[in-house]
Design a protein around this ligand. Structure first.
Ligand SMILES: [Zn+2]
Length: 64
């Protein structure tokens, strides 16, 4: 499925919350129907959360 392959490349951006407009709607609609992509999004979300946690943010820098 061509749409599936193309959308998978957008999932990372989607998880980061960087998608908007038509692309965001397209990915959301696909993820809602596609279990594979939902699982992919869930896995990516875990990775992103870990990265966010380990990355020194401005807020954490100010606290230390
Ligand atoms: Zn899919």
């Amino acid at each position: 499925m061509r749409a599936h392959r193309r959308l998978r490349e957008s999932l990372g951006v989607y998880v980061l919350g960087r998608l908007d407009g038509d692309e965001l709607l397209t990915v959301q609609a696909h993820v809602a129907r596609c279990r594979r992509c939902r699982e992919e999004v869930a896995e990516l979300a875990v990775v992103v959360e870990l990265l966010e946690r380990t990355r020194p943010t401005a807020r954490m820098a100010r606290r230390s």
